[in-house]
Ligand binder design. Structure first.
Ligand code: NAD
Length: 500
């Protein structure tokens, strides 16, 4: 069985921590590797490598940095199927979904390829007579990334391509549950010509994270994961003087208006609630139906679709299943306990994903698609993020009450309205307290050249991932105000300088 260690200074380095955990294939429940959990000293060694490499990398021209990104993109394309298979093997999502994840990650690399343009800054001539002003966007130094299990390729790719293209060096701390893909990305960066030490991977847990949050050589930390850890990362990193962007959990609502096309709503909800077994921060986990008529009709259609939904391993079965297993036995048990809680709290269980067995995969971490009706806002299955294939239908009497519920919820990551009314859609997009909003689009994940992030307790820190915010996050702006001496004496000036 392989033991996975760290990637420091352009090579794989075995860890001597003595602490490790198994890496499982969630479809079979079998462990295929061990991942060592790095020590504080090993994490410091990665930071040291990144700090040294920064000296030269930050001086490489943006054009040449972007050429490394172009080569990296070509290698990602070349290894696309191999990477997608690894995602499926360790995360469990079905192969076509893993390919989709990879595509969304590659799009950030494509964005980073445009870095010479993105770093042009601003220039104003003659802000005063003979005085010009311009800005420089300079790299920060060593940046760190900490990512969750549910997108082992895409979320790291939200972070480091832009950081590196801006001239920073990087230490990536991926999820210990699916660590193989990030190590593979490190190898491909080296093959693309990235100098040793510019990108490093540390596999580990809290011990490694705490070093990244407190070591004075780390200038910025990007985090994606659950809200309690995001809050901890934000508070600790900020207290140690770092720039931090920390994205947390979600409970995404879809508001279904009486004039919505119910067939469209049904297929949108099936994909958004059950795709990737609900383990997406942009999954829809609550359908707010305006009126009983809409709710009854929607439930009937969803019930029909759920009865034919194919659940199984992400590879090796034809035709491909639509939904795979959950990440771990522990997580599957947590999702099952939420289903039990929903029943105990009085919601109507329309489709029951408990006791769900996939033939020849009895040890896999499968939970079947689950649908609750008549869920109310006081129930734990409404308030808390389940992160599994569980959809809750909440009946509301009006648009206003649906909107109010969304706005009162702790989380504000994504949301959607399904309607034929431009007026309702416009009001919704203007008033909703959520960072990413879909109009007849169930999973409104912004493209790489826009920025990704929620509101409320779904995010800590002002700058979102990738797009323009990504470039701002990984650079420090310096503004120059310059006058070239023209021989005229300036004289002493004691009042606040103003431009003449
Ligand atoms: P998690 O918070 O358990 O782990 C995320 C990272 O933090 C991992 O690298 C992990 O090793 C590290 N970590 C865990 N516990 C820690 C601790 N006590 N101290 C320091 N570091 C610690 O999240 P997860 O279970 O891997 O991922 C699922 C969560 O991520 C869900 O809540 C989901 O909504 C969220 N998520 C959010 C987004 C977003 O964009 N907002 C995207 C993807 C996932």
């Amino acid at each position: 069985m392989d033991t996975l260690g760290n990637y420091i200074n352009g090579q794989h380095i075995a860890s001597h921590s003595g602490r490790s955990q198994s890496v499982f294939n969630p479809a079979t429940g079998e462990a295929h590797a061990q991942v060592s959990l790095a020590t504080a000293d090993e994490t410091r060694a990665a930071i040291a490598a990144a700090a040294t490499a920064f000296q030269n990398w930050s001086q490489v021209t943006p054009l040449n940095r972007s050429r490394v990104m172009f080569k990296f993109k070509a290698l990602l394309e070349q290894h696309r199927d191999e990477l997608a298979l690894l995602i499926t093997k360790e995360h469990g999502k079905v192969f076509s979904d893993a390919q989709g994840e990879l595509t969304r990650g590659i799009e950030v690399v494509e964005f980073a390829c445009g870095i010479p343009h993105l770093l042009k800054g601003e220039h104003s001539m003659n802000v005063g007579r003979g005085v010009d002003s311009y800005s420089l966007m300079q790299p920060l130094g060593v940046c760190a990334g900490i990512s969750p299990f549910n997108f082992p390729a895409m979320v790291p790719l939200w972070m480091f391509p832009i950081a590196l293209a801006c001239g920073n060096s990087f230490v990536m701390k991926p999820s210990e549950k699916d660590p193989t893909v990030p190590l593979k990305l490190a190898e491909l960066l080296t093959e693309a010509g990235l100098p040793a030490g510019v990108f490093n991977v540390i596999n580990g847990d809290k011990e490694a994270v705490d070093v990244l949050l407190t070591d004075s050589r780390v200038q910025a930390v990007s985090f994606v994961g659950s809200t309690p850890i995001a809050e901890y990362v934000y508070a600790t990193g900020s207290a140690h003087g770092k720039r931090v962007q920390a994205l947390g959990g979600a409970k995404n609502h879809m508001l279904v208006m009486p004039d919505a096309d119910l067939e469209q709503v049904t297929s949108a909800l099936m994909g958004a609630a059950y795709g990737s077994a609900g383990e997406r921060c942009m999954a829809i986990s609550v359908a707010l139906c305006v009126g009983d008529e809409v709710a009854d009709a929607l439930i009937a259609q969803l019930q029909q679709e759920i009865s034919t939904l194919k659940v199984g391993p992400g590879t090796g079965v034809s035709p491909e299943p639509q939904m795979g297993p959950l990440i771990s036995r522990q997580h599957a048990d947590k999702v099952l306990s939420y289903i039990n809680a929903g029943v105990a709290e009085g919601a109507t269980l329309v489709a029951d994903g408990r006791n769900f067995v996939v033939s020849q995969h009895q040890q896999g971490y499968f939970v079947g698609p689950t649908l609750f009706d008549k869920v109310t806002p006081d129930m734990s299955i409404y308030r808390e993020e389940i992160f599994g294939p569980v959809l809750a239908v909440v009946r509301v009497p009006s648009f206003a009450e649906g909107l109010a519920l969304i706005n009162q919820h702790e989380f504000g990551n994504g949301t959607a309205i399904f309607t034929g009314s431009g007026e309702a859609a416009r009001e919704f997009t203007a008033q909703v307290q959520v960072g990413m909003v879909g109009v007849n689009v169930p999973i409104p994940v912004p493209m790489a050249f826009h920025s990704f992030g929620g509101w409320k307790r779904s995010v800590f820190g002002p700058l979102n991932m990738h797009g323009p915010d990504g470039v701002r996050f990984y650079t420090r702006m310096k503004t120059i105000t310059a006058r070239w001496p023209n021989g005229q004496a300036m004289g002493n000036q004691f009042s606040m300088p103003t431009m003449k």
